[in-house]
Design a protein around this ligand. Sequence first.
Ligand SMILES: Cc1cc2nc3c(=O)[nH]c(=O)nc-3n(C[C@H](O)[C@H](O)[C@H](O)COP(=O)(O)OP(=O)(O)OC[C@H]3O[C@@H](n4cnc5c(N)ncnc54)[C@H](O)[C@@H]3O)c2cc1C
Length: 230
Amino acid sequence: MTSVREVTPNLVRVVASGELEGWNDGGPGAHFKVFLPVAGEVVMRTYTVRDFDREAGLLTIDFGLHADGPVTAWARTAAVGDRFAVAGEARPGYVPSAGARWCLFFADHCALPAVASVLDALPADMRAIVFVEVTDPADETEFRSAAEVQATWLPESGPPCAALLAAARSVVLPEGPGEVWIGCEAGAMRGIRRHVLGELGLPREALHSRAYWKESVPNHSDHDTGSDDG
Ligand SMILES: Cc1cc2nc3c(=O)[nH]c(=O)nc-3n(C[C@H](O)[C@H](O)[C@H](O)COP(=O)(O)OP(=O)(O)OC[C@H]3O[C@@H](n4cnc5c(N)ncnc54)[C@H](O)[C@@H]3O)c2cc1C
């Protein structure tokens, strides 16, 4: 690990170097497995490629800190020189389809690295409407993007991601073709997904959803896209 710094009070940025020659970074918002040594065991979890500098061989990962969990504990004390492993390649992230003119994002704090990475890559003729729920207002950040970005920061209120669900229920979709991206707690993701498909009438292929974690469940499956129950 070549550098560690606090981006915001609950977001730790780690830049790692190592055997990354030819590593497939999966594009904007891609994810991969990290294998971290915690209390004598190797713990595997899923994280986002916040940035990959192929020439310099540097991989940037933003670790969100939450109350519990071995990886959160590791990230709280991470230091330059610490060693860890990553999977051989990242899984593809999200690039809006060619016809889309706008994209709506619903994300919580741990999906912020994915949203920021996708926004980094959006073209100037896209409109991004972003809702992010955070437990601590000090974690609000600026987005960088060529696209027009309209960001709304929502303080956590009640169960995790309930504020995101409420935002989805009151949102009005922009005119023209567009897409919705959801990355947050599993139960809330399903609620937002149902609303977007059922009430807002967006076609399934325009919806990209994934559970980033599940309340009271350690190491929830990163294959949980919510698509089985609509
Ligand atoms: C595709 C994908 C990409 C991801 N990218 C990132 C990323 O770039 N940065 C990032 O910080 N996270 C990211 N995550 C989320 C991360 O994988 C989980 O939060 C992970 O479970 C954290 O591991 P842990 O060891 O800290 O907690 P775990 O051992 O998995 O869980 C312990 C407890 O903490 C709770 N918990 C887990 N995660 C959270 C959370 N985010 N907020 C509140 N409570 C939680 C669980 O419900 C459980 O009760 C990503 C997840 C997916 C599926």
